[in-house]
Ligand binder design. Structure first.
Ligand code: SF4
Length: 395
């Protein structure tokens, strides 16, 4: 690992560095390369999903049309999940063409779709307007359908066990690029393209490519669009949305102040600073104690149980004493631990824990009264599971 914090790729980045982020060129307390500011690139075209209801009406008014036309367009996109302009028959054809051109540009093109689990898991590789590639995964379970979305193309957090991190950060996604991943999943479910018959996307997890809180503004906009009642948004409950982070403390605090009821998932992966400094390099900036304090404050304010994500890595972080240390840190808190058997990534020295070590880890956490589950590894066959969303991020 390098001994310096990598300077921001651009001083006029698409997203500003989170408050408290190490300044470019600051003396090196941070040993790994962390990229907070996304490289500067051309912006994706404006899309309905980037805008609030009022902003949509204003755009339509600027075009010399009645503002209610914006509501009609929103109803098609968010409520009826229509993506074929020919079906928007309540809009006169010439106007329809104009509005679609202005507010519903083709943002994402699917370049690859891979299915597994008998057609109940569907990974899509998307190409954006500038050739950037990223992925989303739709997973259908008996009681829910969960859409795992990317918030950045690549990631600047450089976690050594994660394939996405190794590819670096290409750029932040826009609000609409995030929302469109969910809308595409909703359309696939509604049209019966996922095994099990027509249905709805019920849950959203920001656990695809990227560190969501490093792209705060766009992610927050996407959460609002996903959860606003239709036709302003997709009308999915805030309680069904999970935003994950490796621990950008000021951004966690900012999210708490939004007073939403989305769940926070904290990718902890180690209970001690010595190991976490290596596994999750952001720990060199915000230590375990600080990040947990921020998580508890979030739990207090939102009333939601924090999900602690812990990838079990053989002989690295799966020792019994670490389970006990984790148990002591978490006991009595509004928390749930998600143990994730590490997904193998090509060429990596990191691998999943032995089953007996995994069982012992669970047993010890439970002995501390900490609720724990071992996450199922849906999508493993198609490299769609966490830490595997690594496809090259540029065509
Ligand atoms: S684990 Fe998450 S935060 Fe870390 S590099 Fe991978 S995508 Fe980024």
């Amino acid at each position: 690992m390098s001994a310096t914090t990598e300077p921001a790729a651009s001083t006029e980045s698409a997203a500003s560095a989170p408050e408290g982020a190490p300044a470019a060129g600051s003396p090196a307390k941070t040993p790994a390369k962390l990229v907070f500011a996304a490289p500067r690139r051309a912006k994706p075209p404006r899309h309905l999903a980037d805008l609030t209801t009022d902003e949509r009406r204003a755009v339509v008014a600027e075009l010399g049309e009645k503002p209610f036309r914006a509501d009609q367009l929103s109803r098609h996109y968010f409520a009826r999940l229509v993506d074929d302009p020919a079906q928007m028959t309540d809009l006169p054809a010439p106007l329809r063409e104009r509005l679609v051109g202005e507010l519903l540009p083709d943002l994402l093109t699917p370049v690859r779709e891979l299915a597994c689990d008998g057609g109940k898991t569907l990974k899509t590789v998307w190409k954006a307007f500038d050739g950037v590639l990223f992925e989303s995964v739709l997973m259908r379970y008996p009681d829910r359908a969960t859409m795992c979305v990317s918030s950045q193309a690549g990631c600047g957090m450089n976690c050594p066990f994660c394939a996405t991190g190794q590819a670096g950060l290409t750029r932040n996604l826009s609000t609409a690029e995030i929302v469109e991943q969910v809308a595409a999943g909703a359309r696939a479910m509604a049209r019966g393209r996922v095994a099990g018959g027509p249905g709805r996307v019920s849950n959203i997890v920001f656990m695809g490519m990227g560190e969501p809180l490093a792209n705060y503004k766009a992610v927050l906009g996407a959460v609002r669009r996903i959860t606003d009642p239709a036709p302003a948004g997709l009308g999915i409950s805030q309680r069904s949305v999970t935003v994950s982070t490796v621990g950008l403390v000021p951004a966690i605090e900012k999210l708490a102040a939004e007073d939403m009821s989305v769940r926070l998932a904290l990718s902890l992966h180690a209970p001690d600073d010595e190991l976490r400094d290596e596994l999750v390099p952001i720990n060199n900036r915000w230590k375990v104690e600080e990040v947990l304090d921020a998580a508890w404050a979030y739990a207090d304010r939102s009333g939601r149980r924090v999900s602690i994500e812990y990838a079990l890595i053989k002989d690295i972080n799966d020792q019994g004493w670490r389970a006990d240390l984790l148990g002591r840190l978490l006991r009595g808190r509004l928390v749930h631990v998600n143990l994730i058997p590490l997904n193998p990534t090509p060429g990596s020295k990191w691998t999943a824990s032995r089953p007996e070590d995994e069982r012992e880890f669970v047993r010890r956490l439970e002995a501390h009264g900490v609720p724990v589950t071992v996450r199922d590894t849906r999508g493993r066959e198609i490299d769609g599971a966490c830490g595997q969303l690594a496809a090259a991020t540029k065509d």
